[in-house]
Design a protein around this ligand. Structure first.
Ligand SMILES: Nc1nc2c(c(=O)[nH]1)N[C@H]1C(S)=C(S)[C@@H](COP(=O)(O)OP(=O)(O)OC[C@H]3O[C@@H](n4cnc5c(N)ncnc54)[C@H](O)[C@@H]3O)O[C@H]1N2
Ligand code: MOO
Length: 641
């Protein structure tokens, strides 16, 4: 088997330098565009004003134009009478000042006396309420320098200054070539279901949108199979025809069908292959017939990171614009995160302001987990020389959303329940600007996050085996000195999820010890695990007799997936998860799922909005439609601590 091995990985800094050294001095040709359509473009030449603004002395207010010296001496006791058409000339805002006038008196300060006379009770000074000629823009002066990014505001200034056309750099054109025999193209009618082993080709569309976000024009090529000759022919043709950059997606790493490197080095020169970043490690760059060519990793988050680190700066420089890095914020990581020495890690995090700190909650998931970046509010870059991130000390975080959104985010940490998704959706509808960010780490994890003050509230369902009550005793034990409010979210059915049609004939917990029945469990500390242990004890079942008792999954859905895929015959979880995957469900117990809220935030607009949301009929109706839930006590305060 012939595979690529990256023996020569380089640092991100070195990779960026090689790109700059090679392509940094290039600028795209110039083009003239109408100023009205120039927003987002970069000036290839300086712009000097052709017209002044205002182009004449203009009234800045509605009123009367006067010669200031004719008004001197006017006072409250001794008003001055002015004659309309002789010493007072009615004007509106923007009118040219009549000949012989140098000031405007606002109409509110003018008392009409007769049809031809008015009185004023204070004098005007020269150029009062007048916008002088050239006050804003003087013809011939520099309006914008070369390299200036034209904003919508600038469009206004250009036209005001009489510049109806401007010279800008051409827009970079990027050809995106998705490769891979497993890929299925997006077609109009396409099905949402694919055979195992096939996936939708999504990266080219995602990268095309990123090219356009960065001011370029993207063309996506049809999918090319894992065939080096076909990929090579396509790249050679595109380089010949002239594009400004070519992206080959997929096949950049060490797989037996990974051809990007062979193609680039066969047609031209390779600048690097392999950068010490994660995700994004297998990115490669080269030059074919003068055109920059990149091998983008197939994993989507890797492709995003590689694009933003290598392509975004290049597109900016081709278009003559300076590359602006993302804004940063000092944040406090909610927990420690391990990272690999020698590799710069781009850790995706959710952010929210809890007390006076911005808490960063790391999101689980690797380079193939797109939701790890769609849900992220920011990225913490863990430097290569550091072996992980500690909980506590502040670190810098690159923002993916405006900082103001971070301040309006309710941070929920704890057990997962499908109604949290409805809550997140409803709160956006009702309260518009409030966002709910939930992280699922189990009920005990939620209690610990409250203890460490890294969240506003926790979703918990912790059964007390001594009396069958929920949650209270845990709060008393683990958070004895804290001021908290426990509010019911839902009661829900937990039960055994089994394959459709229940092929093993499972009827209850007793069947879990039967020969040939494979179980899948939830992690220690999860409410569902505690519930299982309680039921087993009550029924006198020895957990050692259950095949799979020690096999842990972290969410209801991953338990359901284990059952669906046939790697387990049964698992304990909520009805909604079974229904989502069309599994059979054998109810075991009804349990209480509550929100434990830190009283420090109880009266904030965010928590007020949350409570109003869960108490709304619309929320309850949507919850009931999921099945397996009761909302009889939803929104009621269960206990105060
Ligand atoms: N033995 C090794 N295996 C891998 C290594 C390694 O160092 N040694 N690197 C891993 C890393 S890190 C990454 S990142 C990936 C990148 O792989 P490739 O760039 O070769 O990409 P593929 O193998 O073709 O695909 C990976 C993954 O992404 C899907 N994919 C590809 N193209 C698209 C597309 N246009 N739209 C949607 N999804 C796409 C593809 O189906 C695969 O699932 O390699 C690791 N392996
Ligand atoms: O480094 Mo790869 O780019 O994680 O997935």
């Amino acid at each position: 088997m012939d595979r690529n091995v990256y023996l020569d990985m380089i640092s991100l800094e070195e990779a960026q330098q090689r790109i700059t050294r090679h392509f940094g001095s290039r600028r795209l040709p110039k083009a003239m565009v109408p100023s009205a359509r120039a927003a987002g473009r970069v000036l290839a030449e300086p712009v000097f004003a052709r017209a002044s603004s205002p182009g004449y002395h203009a009234a800045a207010m509605d009123g009367i134009a006067v010669l200031a010296e004719t008004t001197y001496g006017a006072s409250e006791g001794r008003p001055r009478t002015l004659v309309v058409g002789e010493t007072a000339f009615p004007v509106n805002t923007g009118h040219r000042l009549p000949e012989g006038c140098d000031a405007v008196i606002m109409i509110e300060a003018v008392n009409p006396v007769s049809d031809t006379e008015v009185e004023i009770e204070s004098p005007a000074y020269p150029f009062q309420s007048v916008r002088k000629m050239g006050e804003d823009i003087v013809a011939t002066e520099l309006l914008f320098p070369t390299g200036h990014l034209i904003t919508p505001y600038c469009v206004g200034a250009l036209i005001t200054a009489g510049m109806f056309e401007v010279a800008v750099y051409e827009t970079p054109k990027v050809l995106i070539i998705p490769t891979g025999s497993e890929l299925v193209a997006l077609t109009g009618e396409g099905t949402a279901q694919l055979e195992p082993g096939r996936i939708f080709e999504s990266n080219s569309h995602m990268l095309a949108a990123m090219v356009e976000r960065d001011g370029g024009i993207a063309e996506t090529h049809p999918i090319i199979e894992d065939d080096p000759a076909a990929i090579s022919a396509c790249v050679a043709k595109a380089a010949e025809e002239g594009v400004d950059a070519i992206l080959i997606i997929g096949g950049s790493s060490a797989g037996s069908a990974d051809y990007a490197r062979t193609v680039v080095s066969g047609l031209g020169t390779l600048l690097f292959h392999g950068v010490t970043i994660m995700p994004g490690k297998p990115v490669l760059a080269g030059e074919v017939k003068g055109v920059p060519v990149f091998g983008m990793p197939g994993y989507p988050v890797s492709a995003i990171v590689a694009f933003e680190q290598c392509l975004s700066p290049l597109l900016a420089s081709l278009a003559g614009r300076s590359f602006e890095p993302k804004a940063t914020l000092a944040v406090t990581p909610s927990r420690k995160v391990a990272s690999k020495l020698g590799v710069e890690e781009f850790l995706r995090v959710k952010l929210g302001q809890v007390g006076d700190r911005i808490i960063a909650t790391p999101i689980a998931g690797g380079a193939g987990t797109l939701t790890s970046i769609t849900e992220a509010d920011g990225i913490i870059r863990i430097p290569p020389q550091v072996e992980g991130l500690a909980a506590g000390p502040e670190v810098s975080c690159e923002l993916l959303r405006p900082a103001s959104a971070v301040g309006r985010t309710l941070v929920a940490v704890g057990s997962h329940d499908n109604t949290l998704d409805l809550m997140a959706d409803e709160i956006r509808r009702d309260a518009g600007t409030v966002r709910l960010s939930s992280s699922h780490v189990g009920s005990m994890g939620g209690l610990m996050a409250l203890k460490r003050r890294t969240c506003h509230l926790a979703g918990i369902h912790l059964l007390d085996p001594s009396d069958g009550s929920y949650n209270r005793s845990y709060v008393e034990t683990y958070l004895p000195d804290r001021s908290l409010t426990l509010v019911n979210l839902v009661t829900r059915e937990q039960g055994l999820m089994v394959a459709k049609g229940n092929p093993r004939g499972i009827t209850g917990m007793e069947d879990l010890t039967r020969d040939g029945v494979r179980f899948v469990n939830r992690q220690g500390g999860s409410g569902t695990r505690i519930l299982l242990d309680y039921r087993l004890k009550a029924l006198g079942i020895d957990d050692k007799l259950i095949d799979g008792y020690t096999r842990d999954e972290y969410t209801h859905m991953s338990v359901a997936v284990a059952v669906l895929s046939g790697t387990a015959d049964a698992g304990l979880g909520i009805y909604a998860a079974a229904r989502a995957l069309d599994l059979d469900f054998i109810p075991v117990v009804t349990e209480q799922y509550d929100l434990l809220i830190d009283n420090d935030y109880l009266d904030t607009p965010m928590v007020t909005a949350l409570l109003a949301t869960i108490r709304s009929q619309r929320f309850k109706t949507r919850v009931l439609a999921l099945g397996g839930y009761s909302t009889d006590t939803t929104g009621e305060v269960v206990a105060r601590f």
